[in-house]
Design a protein around this ligand. Structure first.
Ligand SMILES: O=C(O)CNC(=O)[C@H](CS)NC(=O)CCC(=O)C(=O)O
Length: 272
C-alpha cells in the first residue's frame, strides 16, 4: 500500500440523470486536478427525486450510471466508488437494489454492494421515509476489495452507518479504508453524521471516506452535506462544508500502522 490522495465528493443531486452526471463529472475533474486517485460519489448521485419518478427510469439510470462510472475510471485513471444508485432486481421486478459499485482505472468492476439497512423512519421534522417500498434490501455482507496500491477498501451506504456490526465485519476482513456514501437528512445529520463516522473510524482504526449530498434536492428534501475524510484516530482531515465540492485528504499506510500500534483495540477484541 502506498500513500495517496482520496476525495469525497459532495453534490446536490436532483431528479435529472443527465444534469447529475454532468455535475459529478465536473467534481471528479476537480478532484483529479488536485491529485486524487481514489474518488467517491455520494448515495443518489445519479438520481434524487420522488420514488415513482425514480422507479419509472430505474433501468435507464442503472445502465447509464454503470457506463458513466466506467468512462470516468478509464478517462481519469482513478479508482471510483459510485455511491448508491438504483439497479432493478430483475427484468420483471418493481424493486431495485440501492447499489454501490467500485471500479478500478481499467474500468473493471471490483466490488458491488447492495444496501442492507433500509431507511424506514419517521424523522421528527415531519418527513417520512419508506425506502423499502421501492428498494429490496441486500442480504450480503460487503466484500472487502484488496488493492495492492490503495489498501483494503470496504463499501457501505448511508443508513448502514448506524449498524456497527457491519463495520466490525469489515475490520475483521482487514479493511483499511471504509466508504460511507450518503444522503443524510439535514435533521438527523446535524446531530448524528459526524459522530457516527468518527466512531466507525476510531473503533475500527480505519480511514473513513464519506461522500455526501447537500442542500435542497427536491420538494421538502434537504440533505446535510459535510462530506468528509476521517483518519484512523478519528481526526477529521477534510470537510466539504455545505456547498457542492470535494473533501480531499491523504490516505497514509504509515499513519494506519502508527494508530494501530498506539491503540491496538482491534487486537483486544473478545467477542468478535
Ligand atoms: O430520500 C431520498 O430521496 C434520498 N435518501 C435516500 O435515498 C436514503 C434512503 S431514504 N437516505 C438515507 O438512508 C438517510 C439516512 C439518514 O439520514 C439517517 O440515518 O439519519
Amino acid at each position: 500500500m502506498k500513500s495517496y490522495l482520496a476525495a469525497a465528493i459532495q453534490m446536490t443531486s436532483v431528479s435529472n440523470l443527465q444534469k447529475n452526471l454532468t455535475q459529478a463529472e465536473e467534481l471528479i475533474d476537480l478532484a483529479v486536478r488536485q491529485g486524487a486517485e481514489l474518488i467517491g460519489l455520494p448515495e443518489n448521485f445519479a438520481f434524487m427525486g420522488e420514488e415513482n419518478e425514480k422507479m419509472a427510469q430505474a433501468g435507464a439510470i442503472a445502465q447509464e450510471t454503470e457506463k458513466f462510472l466506467k468512462t470516468m475510471a478509464q478517462r481519469f485513471q482513478i479508482t471510483i466508488l459510485g455511491g448508491g444508485f438504483p439497479v432493478p432486481v430483475d427484468d420483471t421486478s418493481t424493486r431495485v437494489y440501492n447499489t454501490a459499485l467500485l471500479l478500478e482505472p481499467n474500468g473493471q468492476e471490483v466490488a458491488r454492494y447492495q444496501k442492507v439497512h433500509l431507511f424506514d423512519v419517521n424523522v421528527p421534522d415531519g418527513n417520512t421515509y419508506r425506502e423499502s417500498t421501492t428498494v429490496m434490501a441486500g442480504k450480503e455482507l460487503p466484500a472487502v476489495h484488496f488493492s495492492q496500491e490503495l489498501g483494503n477498501i470496504a463499501l457501505s451506504v448511508c443508513y448502514d452507518v448506524r449498524f456497527p456490526e457491519l463495520y466490525r465485519y469489515m475490520a475483521h476482513k482487514g479493511a483499511d479504508v471504509i466508504f460511507v456514501p450518503a444522503a443524510f437528512t439535514a435533521f438527523t445529520g446535524k446531530d448524528h453524521w459526524q459522530v457516527l463516522l468518527q466512531a466507525r473510524a476510531i473503533e475500527n482504526t480505519s480511514y473513513v471516506i464519506a461522500p455526501a449530498q447537500t442542500g435542497i434536492n427536491y420538494a421538502r428534501r434537504q440533505t446535510h452535506g459535510h462530506a468528509m475524510i476521517i483518519d484512523p484516530w478519528g481526526v477529521i482531515l477534510a470537510d466539504a462544508g455545505e456547498q457542492p465540492g470535494v473533501a480531499i485528504a491523504e490516505i497514509n499506510p504509515a499513519r494506519l500502522e502508527q494508530v494501530r500500534r498506539q491503540m491496538p483495540s482491534l487486537q483486544h477484541r473478545v467477542f468478535v
